[in-house]
Design a protein around this ligand. Structure first.
Ligand SMILES: Nc1nc2c(c(=O)[nH]1)N[C@H]1C(S)=C(S)[C@@H](COP(=O)(O)OP(=O)(O)OC[C@H]3O[C@@H](n4cnc5c(=O)[nH]c(N)nc54)[C@H](O)[C@@H]3O)O[C@H]1N2
Ligand SMILES: Nc1nc2c(c(=O)[nH]1)N[C@H]1C(S)=C(S)[C@@H](COP(=O)(O)OP(=O)(O)OC[C@H]3O[C@@H](n4cnc5c(=O)[nH]c(N)nc54)[C@H](O)[C@@H]3O)O[C@H]1N2
Ligand code: SF4
Ligand SMILES: [Mo]
Length: 737
């Protein structure tokens, strides 16, 4: 990986030589790397990756190395800003006025138009304690109903797929599985760019594994594969059913596992029968030979792991596609053993936290709002009257924005997400934001696309300026520390929520939530008896000592299971025995799933067509996704680093295949317009064989991208289908710089 000197990363100015070091979990992606933060007088001066942390083993990607830089950016929000209706300008106010306006406005809207006239949109990028506090405050304290988060853009599909298949949203794996597989299948995942440190874990695999990448593009990850299946965009479901059919026809099945631990296999086997190799080859654009080799690898290797990310989750039939992957793992018994699993790789640093604790689409601790027993449990644990807990689900993100557009939702609180840039068909979303009577944006920066539309900006502390926990992709709780002072009057999200509770007049409901550490104890209680039980984790100190801890860890479990004794008291010896119980655990080793009958379900539906197929007018498919490992989403943080800026193109660009470029006479590095039915965006033409003829790729980090995309959603998860819309290219006769 990168060495600090190479890019000027991690350099320490001479006058800031550190006098102490502490550890914290990186605040960008879900890998959850640990960083050693070097301090002078208690304040961070620089950082290096932690050598003996079970996740990153001494490595970090460029974003991790530069994690402290955005904290010092000049556009940090340092005080609350309120829009003056007369001048239309944002003006500084103190916290007292900001909170008075906040409560007055939201209360007036709720009194006048009912509790459903307001909503929040939150994130997978704040601490678990913060998101749980927000969800509890909003729904139980303030009596509102609607709230969702950017996890809808990202992990909703995995959440629903696992829940329906396994009975709980439970990614089964541990990162050691990357090293223990003899075949790894990556579906719609560009791990080299999006999770570079996880790719390093793949490189540590000593079994000479088969690496299969299913992606329409020849990505950095595909270039490292032994099999690249460059399928037609959105033909994954057909491909996976075709592979299932081949597994059945060739008896590459784990019959004992299927019989003992699953339901619905006979129906599934019957259902996939029409997905013959010829039919599947025609639909996917792959050869019959490729299909056979793929199926044979899955059917005959001993430890096959499947890893999927946004190429699967962001589709019009995403949940069934994810479940088609799960089905392959179930029918071949590739689950619960080292090196196996149908494994969804999460995105944001705390997407898993938001799936379990945001109190948005599900009730705290992986429960359901519609389940009366669940409501009673939470009421009892939080000492609340059960009537405070809504017996109704929130609208999903797209439905919230639709209700805003229709004037039904009039007040919106946006926390740590940048809707105006990242939401699909963003011009429409932004138009909706402008209709709001009251838009509050709580962010680190005043200049984000969404903050520009706000009536009130609440200045938030960022990663490094506050404490709490994140849950990474392999279910590992990690401790995030305060190593820097937030600028001006900026407050941690946690403390902003405390203030809101105070001003709303419901603080007495939250007397247990005095600090993140205290809130963590509340989360533990909320987890008791759930599949995500963490009652065995004592406190933050134990998380530090143990190198993070995966859920579940039930009270007493660390002393009993596998004859392991409690090693956490001795952090050094604890890290040595590879796969010690506390350090690395996978789920379903006993074949027991979370449905009432203890079995996993085979779930399937016929593939459906996209709503906007290519045609003569818009003949190209536009794919979107991550561009470089130096850019994070809407770039509000990563663009603040001069080092990172040297690692990615400043202007929006479109990757075009050499065939299409030749046909359209597009020269490399000229400006072209990418035109969809929604917008026209000027981009630099990057002519590259990584995309195939008929497809273009535009990274999501530029605000033009989502002006082009078409709002289509998976019906089960309501996750946006960001990775498909019809466009055309138009030549523009000028040289780009
Ligand atoms: N550097 C960096 N890293 C990040 C992030 C970041 O912004 N920057 N974001 C984080 C987050 S929140 C997430 S969710 C993850 C996302 O991580 P990934 O999902 O790995 O990243 P993407 O590039 O969005 O999409 C992956 C691939 O899906 C492919 N794809 C598109 N359509 C299809 C299709 O129909 N079928 C298949 N099989 N593949 C298709 C695309 O070509 C792309 O290569 O990354 C995380 N890591
Ligand atoms: N076309 C296309 N669009 C996509 C995708 C795609 O692949 N293609 N991917 C989607 C996916 S997977 C995701 S996850 C979303 C991400 O979309 P967003 O969540 O909108 O993107 P971010 O840039 O991460 O926005 C986070 C915001 O929170 C602020 N922030 C950071 N830390 C804190 C904090 O501690 N507290 C507070 N209050 N604010 C903070 C940042 O400044 C930033 O404004 O984008 C989605 N959009
Ligand atoms: S891989 Fe992810 S968690 Fe690790 S340093 Fe990079 S951004 Fe941070
Ligand atoms: Mo994401």
């Amino acid at each position: 990986m990168l060495h600090p000197g190479e890019f000027g990363l991690g350099k320490v100015p001479a006058r800031l030589q550190p006098d102490a070091t502490t550890r914290s979990i990186c605040g960008f992606c879900s890998t959850g790397c640990s960083l050693d933060v070097h301090l002078q007088s208690g304040m961070a001066v620089n950082l290096t990756p932690t050598a003996d942390y079970p996740v990153n083993l001494g490595m970090a990607c460029p974003k991790g190395w530069e994690a402290l830089t955005p904290l010092a950016a000049p556009d940090r929000a340092t005080q609350p800003l309120l829009r003056n209706p007369k001048t239309g300008k944002l003006e500084p106010v103190d916290w007292d006025e900001a909170m008075q306006v906040f409560t007055l406005k939201f209360r007036a809207l709720m009194d006048q138009h009912g509790p459903e006239s307001v909503a929040f949109l939150s994130t997978g990028q704040i601490c678990t304690e913060e998101m749980a506090f927000l969800g509890a405050l909003w729904k139980f304290g303030m009596g509102a109903l609607h709230g969702d988060s950017n996890t809808r853009q990202c992990m909703a599909t995995s959440h629903v797929a696992y829940k329906q298949s396994f009975g709980f949203d439970a990614p089964p794996y541990t990162y050691a599985d990357f090293e223990e597989s003899d075949a790894l299948v990556f579906l719609g995942s560009n791990l080299c760019i999006a999770h570079p440190i996880l790719w390093q874990r793949v490189l540590r695999n000593k079994k000479n594994p088969e690496i299969i990448v299913v992606d329409p593009r020849r990505t950095e990850t595909a270039m490292n594969a032994t099999q690249h299946l460059a399928l037609a965009p959105k033909s994954d479901l057909t491909l996976l059913y075709g592979v299932a059919n081949l597994l059945v026809q060739n008896h590459w099945l784990d019959r004992a596992f299927i019989e003992q631990h699953t339901t619905g296999f006979a129906e599934f086997a019957e259902f996939v029968r029409p997905f013959t190799p010829d039919m599947v080859a025609a639909e996917t654009g792959l050869t019959v030979g490729q299909l056979f080799r793929f199926a044979e690898t899955i059917g005959t290797r001993k430890a096959v792991s499947f890893w999927w990310t946004m190429g699967v989750n962001q589709s019009h039939e995403a949940v069934r596609t994810a479940q088609a992957i799960i089905n392959l793992a179930l029918m071949t018994g590739n689950i619960g053993r080292p090196g196996t699993g149908p494994n969804s790789v999460t995105g944001q640093c705390n997407a898993m936290g938001s799936r379990l604790y945001a109190n948005a689409s599900g009730l705290l601790g992986g429960r359901d709002f519609l389940n009366a027993e669940h409501r009673a449990e939470v009421a009892q644990l939080l000492h609340l009257p059960v009537e405070r807990i809504p017996a109704k689900n929130s609208l999903a993100y797209d439905q919230i924005l639709e209700a805003v557009a229709e004037g039904k939702i009039k007040g919106l609180w946006v926390i740590a997400t940048n809707t105006a840039h990242s939401w699909i068909d963003s011009a429409r979303a932004t138009g909706a934001l402008d209709q709001l009577e009251f838009l509050v944006v709580q962010d680190m920066f005043t200049t984000t696309d969404t903050a520009r539309h706000a009536h009130l900006i609440l200045p938030a502390a960022g990663w490094g300026e506050k404490e709490g926990t994140f849950i990474n992709s392999e279910r590992r709780f990690g401790h995030v520390k305060k190593v820097s002072r937030a600028p001006g009057q900026a407050l941690s999200d946690f403390n902003i929520f405390r203030l809101v509770a105070e001003y709303w007049g419901c603080a007495e409901m939250f007397t247990q939530w005095t600090s993140p550490q205290a809130a963590f104890q509340v989360l533990k209680k909320l987890s008791a008896g759930q599949p995500c039980d963490i009652t065995g984790i004592e406190d933050y100190r134990q998380l530090d000592a143990a190198g993070g801890i995966q859920w579940p860890l039930t009270e007493g479990m660390n002393y009993e299971v596998g004859g392991m004794k409690d090693t956490h008291a001795d952090p050094v010896s604890y890290l040595l025995p590879h796969n010690s119980y506390l350090q690395e655990r996978r789920l379903f080793a006993d074949g027991k799933f979370f449905h009432a009958d203890g079995r996993a379900k085979f779930l399937f539906d016929p593939p459906r067509r996209m709503a906007e197929p290519v045609d003569g007018e818009f003949p190209l498919v536009m794919l979107t996704g991550r561009g470089t490992s130096a850019q994070w989403h809407t770039n509000t943080r990563t663009a603040k680093s001069a080092v990172l800026r040297t690692l990615y193109p400043a202007n929006p660009y479109v990757e075009i295949s050499p065939d299409d470029a030749a046909r359209l006479r597009i020269e490399p590095n000229t400006t072209v317009a990418v035109v969809s039915r929604r917008a026209r965006a000027e981009c630099t033409a990057v002519v590259t064989p990584t995309v195939r003829a008929g497809q273009v790729f535009v990274p999501m980090h530029y605000d033009v991208t989502n002006r082009l995309t078409r709002a289509e959603f998976d019906p089960h998860s309501r996750q946006p289908s960001y990775k498909y819309c019809a466009v055309r290219l138009e030549k523009i006769e000028k040289k780009s710089l």
